[in-house]
Design a binder for this molecule. Sequence first.
Ligand code: BTN
Length: 220
Amino acid sequence: MNTHIVHIDRVSSTQDVAREMTPQELGTVIVADVQAKGRGRRGHVWLSPRGGLYASIILRSDPLVSLRVGVAVARALDQIGVTALLKWPNDVLVGGKKIAGILIEASGETAIVGIGVNIDSAPLPEATCIVNETGGLITRDDLLHLILHALEMTYEDDIIEAYRPLCATLGQAVGVNIAAGEQVTGIALGIDRDGHLLVDDGENTHIIVGGDCVHLDAGV
Ligand code: BTN
């Protein structure tokens, strides 16, 4: 992947900058110091003060891109001594606390992959950051390069096989909001070859394509 990194001081959201780029060249990475309106999955806000990593990468869409990027971020963190696991599909957790989030916005053949990593501060009590976990500090740009390299390496892997051992959700009692007012509760049994979560509610096994997953015993 040929990457071209564009640094911007302050943006509304790096996702919007990437989306408005014409042409949307694959491999372009928008990275900002601060986001005024960082956004997370399912309409959540992503608090983005100075000191974190906020980047959007323009990639060719693939059906497993969501898991792929989760694997890349977890592996990059592992390289700096942070053992992270993934809450399906791709919340990046350390000790049950969120350290990084991933937002995929796909249109046609292109996916705009947003990655936010807490480096020197955790903007919420239920979150953590790299400095809390390691006592050390990696620069934003060094971390971005580790993630981009790890992402490139995932194209050589069977991504499902790479994902399963990193997935903290497997074996957990979960509640997954799959649509407004519609929740599936049960035990997360597996991840199928399409990256879907298999949840056994005691009577049936549900194949969950997308949704907000909570680990019921841990409350995350
Ligand atoms: C989540 O866990 O809900 C996803 C968070 C994604 C945050 C990143 S920061 C860079 C990019 N720009 C955004 O506005 N969001 C993503």
